[in-house]
Design a protein around this ligand. Structure first.
Ligand code: PLP
Length: 415
């Protein structure tokens, strides 16, 4: 039987998107404001709760960029950033001319270590005479960070906390929605996230005033004059009314998507329980309620996998990531920091069986582009990167697919 390829997380439409897009087209609302944008923001505000206000933007990356701008981060400032994340968590720190200071993770949630966070704040102050201005805290793969400790530290040292909840729409910590723990919270609606607007994001703000400030910066920072008057540098980052139409449709299935991701994770847990040397990443205790955007595993180095001798034998075509677009060619077979051979062999074996899997994030402090930035590390993120894989988890992944994936994992382990 020929199988469809099983992907990590494909966009899944509700069927309602068409109606909202058509309304926008029929009423000529094709600009980055309009009824869909207003309604989508209202839907998001209802979803995140806590009286928070939400601005729909062109991407999660843009949302993070504007959060830094509105926080007054600029040239000469330092910003603490979780090293174990996608580059979009730290790149905007460079966009504003500030310096990222990378912080390693703790083992329970895989997110920023509160011990290292505090150590870094103290040491940066000793070394530079100033405290870091802000911290970008990530809820990686949907798992909430240790918010109680992190919020306390950021408050105590006067560091502005920005929560990158791009993976964590609908995740909760002690009952509270991810994205509402900092001064700002970032959501992403890229094609592979919990919901999509084809491409888009949002910034969760504390109140209407903060929301208006973000909207000002997102629409080229125009002052109130009959002509274009600019006192600040602005950006063209607003979400279009067409994309917001997709978002409105997606909001009707957001809860369903979240439940589905959780169900897939429960099934992986059941099926992987007996597999020695492989561990599924799960909520550390009942305070955590991950949306399990991606189910992730780590594999011990001692596990022998078929085809290890072929791992890293051939150069890969293109790059990882659904929207990778144009990539640089001419990479080598190896870098100084890469997943273990058994992990790469498993990835290749699954690929041959029509299953997409992917290594965990490569820590930013090991990325050549960030090699010169200060970092506070404990080995956790590098170990995760060496041992880990993301498994298919999205709305199109069926129960039988999860069974097929786990069968293939087992079949490729040499006992
Ligand atoms: C996807 C993602 C972003 C960026 O969102 P875009 O909408 O793709 O710009 C930021 N942080 C993390 C952790 C992400 O996974």
């Amino acid at each position: 039987m020929k199988r469809e390829r099983i992907y990590l997380c494909l966009a899944h439409l509700s069927g309602k998107e068409q109606k909202f897009i058509s309304e926008a087209l029929n009423t000529n609302w094709v600009v980055p404001i309009g009824p869909n944008v207003d309604a989508f923001e209202a839907d998001l505000e209802a979803f995140v709760g806590d009286g928070r206000k939400v601005v729909a933007l062109a991407s999660g990356t843009a949302a993070l960029h504007l959060a830094l701008v509105a926080s007054g981060v600029g040239e000469g400032d330092e910003v603490l950033a979780q090293t174990f994340s996608f580059c979009a968590s730290s790149n905007p720190i460079k966009y504003v001319g500030a310096r990222p200071v990378f912080i390693d993770s703790e083992k329970e949630t895989w997110n920023i270590s509160s011990e290292l966070l505090e150590e870094a704040i103290r040491e940066r102050e000793r070394k530079t005479g100033r405290r870091p201005k802000a911290a970008v805290i990530v809820d990686i793969y949907g798992m909430p960070a240790k918010m109680k400790e992190i919020v306390e530290i950021c408050d105590r040292y006067g560091v502005i906390m920005i929560e990158d909840a791009a993976n964590a729409m609908g995740s909760r910590y002690e009952g509270r929605m991810c994205g509402t723990f900092g001064r700002y919270g970032v959501l992403s609606f890229n094609g592979n996230k919990m919901i999509t607007t084809s491409g888009g994001g949002a910034l969760i703000c504390r109140d209407e005033e903060a929301k208006r400030e973000i909207m000002f910066y997102a629409t080229q920072a125009r002052e109130a004059y009959p002509y274009y008057q600019h006192e600040k540098i602005g950006y063209n980052y607003r979400m279009s009314n067409i994309c917001a139409g997709i978002g409105r449709g997606q909001m009707t299935v957001a809860e369903e998507h979240i439940e589905h991701h959780k169900k897939v994770c429960r099934l992986y847990r059941e099926l992987l329980e007996e597999v020695e040397g492989i561990k599924l990443h799960e909520n550390p205790d009942e305070r955590y309620d991950s949306n399990y955007w991606l189910s992730t595993i780590t594999m011990e180095e001692g596990v022998r996998v078929k085809g290890e001798e072929r791992a890293y034998g051939e150069k890969v075509e293109g790059a990882v990531g659904g929207a990778a677009g144009v990539v640089h060619e001419g990479g080598g077979l190896h870098t100084e920091c890469e997943p273990n051979r058994n992990v790469e062999a498993m990835r290749m074996a699954l690929d041959e069986a029509g299953i997409e899997s992917r290594p965990l994030w490569k820590p930013m402090h090991r990325q050549p582009v960030y090699a010169k930035m200060p970092s506070y590390v404990n080995g956790v993120s590098e170990e995760l990167f060496r041992k880990g894989l993301c498994l298919p988890s999205g709305p199109y992944v069926r129960e039988e697919d999860v069974r097929y994936i786990v069968e293939n994992i087992k079949a490729n382990i040499i006992r």
